[in-house]
Design a protein around this ligand. Structure first.
Ligand SMILES: CN(C)C(=N)NCCC[C@H](N)C(=O)O
Length: 330
């Protein structure tokens, strides 16, 4: 008789997220292989899918804030690309494609209006949590399609974290969060085929117990998952991966994100983790704790007077962070 090791007991961690409703969502241009302007999404269905995702996060006990969508920015629903957030430091994204560049000012206004003090606009192309994920205290940074490798020193210095560069090599997986997901402090999952040989070696060394995902699950956007350490929200096409997650003690929730995926984004792309950014002046105000309703009035609309001049570097950026460059190692 063989004894199977019991899956560990997984404890959910209450999270704080930023989302943006798909009010102006559309596929009018193609900036990734999933987008086809000839097959546009049904916006009403996309809104229902997005709303179910938001409601599920709230039901699971998480706090969800909302950014105000802007006309002319059809990809603004993918809030994960808005910024990279570590502690109370916000590195607002600078987008590779002109079609998305208007999102930078919109999201920067949101952070400033909420009272975040350490807000900086990325000086080089940097697509936020689409390409930057915190795992085990390090900042994993994907590059190859969107974020520029040359942005990593700025990212590590401003966010005060060591950076591990990972080269993405398959255009279907153009952001790190299509190919890699952090499930819990000690557990990650990824599809190795999305990474260069050096990146695969580095990931194997850093995460020897990672769940290695099949290509079919990755192609169903299964790695574009939102996890609170126990509950994992992932697209309905990744049912086989959901079973494997259950085997590791996680509670998978399959969500239909089909219309949003027509733009090349899944559940995780719709959600920006506001890591530990919980002590903002906004949060300390009375009534500042609840989840926002759809289309709220922006709190303290600070649309004027927040031009690029306000985007100053933090004085205490760290100089001694490390950028780990597997692809440049001898
Ligand atoms: C996981 N992914 C890909 C994201 N983090 N973001 C989705 C961005 C989709 C948008 N049409 C684009 O191509 O930029």
């Amino acid at each position: 008789m063989t004894t199977q090791a019991a899956a560990p007991m997984r404890i959910p961690r209450p999270c704080h997220f930023l989302m943006c409703p798909p009010t102006y969502f559309d596929v009018r241009y193609a900036i990734n292989p999933w987008m086809d302007p000839g097959d546009p999404p049904d916006r009403r269905v996309a809104m229902e899918q997005w709303e179910r995702l938001r409601a599920l996060l709230v039901d699971l006990g998480h706090r969800v804030e909302l950014a105000e969508p802007e006309p002319g920015l059809p990809d603004m629903v993918f809030a994960a690309n808005a910024a990279t957030v570590v502690d109370d430091r916000i590195l607002v994204s600078s987008f590779r494609h002109p079609e998305r560049r208007g999102e930078t000012a919109a999201y920067e206004r949101w952070f400033r209006a909420r009272g975040y003090r350490q807000v900086r606009r990325a000086g080089r192309t940097n697509e936020g949590q689409g390409d930057h994920l915190l795992a085990g205290g390090r900042l994993l940074a994907g590059h190859g399609f969107r974020t520029e490798r040359e942005s990593h020193p700025e990212t590590g210095g401003f966010l005060r974290r060591d950076v591990v560069e990972l080269t993405l090599v398959d255009a279907r997986f153009y952001h790190l969060d299509t190919a890699f997901a952090v499930l819990a402090e000690d557990t990650v999952m990824y599809w190795p085929g999305a990474f260069s040989a050096a990146g695969r070696r580095r990931l194997a060394a850093l995460f020897p117990d990672a769940l290695l995902v099949e290509e079919a699950d990755a192609a169903a956007f299964g790695l574009n998952a939102v996890s609170d350490g126990r509950n994992v929200l992932l697209p309905s096409g990744a049912a086989a991966l959901a079973d494997r997650l259950r085997g590791r003690g996680f509670e998978p929730h399959l969500v239909d994100a089909g219309e949003l995926m027509k733009a090349g984004g899944g559940p995780k792309c719709c959600v920006l983790h506001l890591h530990h950014a919980s002590a903002t002046p906004w949060e300390r105000r009375p009534n500042g704790h609840g989840n926002q309703r759809l289309h709220p009035a922006p709190a303290g609309s600070a649309r004027s007077g927040l031009g690029p001049a306000a985007a100053t570097a933090a004085p205490d950026a760290r100089a001694d962070f490390r950028v780990d460059r597997p692809d440049r190692a001898a």
